[in-house]
Design a binder for this molecule. Sequence first.
Ligand code: SF4
Ligand code: SF4
Length: 313
Amino acid sequence: MEIDAHAKQQLRGLVSAIQRFSIHDGPGIRTLVFMKGCPLQCLWCGNPETQQFKPQLLYSSNRCIGCASCLKACPNGSIIMAGNGKPKTDRKLCRDCGICTQVCPSGARTMVGMYMSVEELLCEVKKDAPFYRSSDGGVTVGGGEPAMQSQTVSELLRRCQLELNINTAIETCGFADYQALETTVRFADLIFYDIKHMEPSRHRVLTGVSNQVILENIRRLALEGNRKIVIRTPIIPGYNDSEDSIRKLGEFAAGLGKAIARVELLPYHNYGAIKYIQLGRRYRLGKVKIPAPEHLSRLKDIIVATGIAAQIG
Ligand code: SF4
Ligand code: SF4
């Protein structure tokens, strides 16, 4: 659905972070904009703070000095002092209002998620323009799932691409109404498209949703054929890394035709584990090991044998 110029000026997005100087998510040096809110709940998610579509409280115990200011400030009685002299937040009572973060003197309590207008986002992006020019870099919008905020992301990328001549990329999980997805990627020079498993029931166990919409959407994007698509698959040992599973992925990707530039296999890491603790959540993949280089190399060869380019990382 097209919206008018006035509505475009009012667009705001819920953003969890802006990260500068990335070299992994598109050509050159890039600024990454992480949208907040995702329809999937992948077991291994490295950015759990981007999953919920609302600002959220983060608590870092190692920064807490035990002053108890937060206890007195919380209007919901969500915080009690634990035996170790540090506060404990009952997440069922917490409303993520952020009041405790305003009185915390040590930065132990912070909020993740800020509403920003397209103008404010552009202002941040433009700060890195010299690096885009010197490296053929640009902007990549990920998350979370950008298609949950399709109008805002589309307008941001439209202005980057058409007004500022900045290269644009999108990272999507593909689980969206097709019209919203098409709107989101309309001004993207490159699409990173996640496929986490080829088997619908297994996909549901790992992410909370079937992959049917995801596979159908990438078929339609590939048929349009006007943008390059890179398929990304996280390799999670014991969950989606069997040779048979990866072969099916390669065959599917190869069948999509020329729009698919390559398949990228992204080795599992646990860098996000600390964020689960900060959100008061349990990290469920604590025992999973990082995949061995020779296993990754074998999986890459399997993809290449199906007739499509592949790379690790
Ligand atoms: S975010 Fe609000 S409700 Fe939650 S612990 Fe802090 S003050 Fe209490
Ligand atoms: S206000 Fe901050 S430093 Fe003080 S007890 Fe609460 S979390 Fe700890």
